[in-house]
Write a protein that binds this ligand. Structure first.
Ligand SMILES: [Zn+2]
Length: 67
């Protein structure tokens, strides 16, 4: 499941959300102020996912509950 970056339009806080591929911003709220006025931000995280993947390089061993 990909990690998306959002920015809150109310307070400007940036945060990341694990979402299903193609999911919209429905249900996403700012963890800082609680506003749902958030917009998806294109970030550069994709270039570093291999280095910081939560489950390591072996997807079959993932059991962290993100499914
Ligand atoms: Zn906010």
């Amino acid at each position: 499941m990909p990690l998306y970056e959002y920015q809150c339009e109310a307070c400007g806080h940036r945060f990341e959300v694990w979402q299903r591929m193609g999911a919209g911003s429905q249900g996403v709220s700012c963890p800082q102020c609680g506003s749902q006025e958030v917009k998806k931000v294109l970030s550069t995280f994709a270039s570093s996912t291999s280095a910081s993947a939560p489950c390591g390089s072996s997807a079959s061993s993932c059991s962290s509950g993100f499914s």
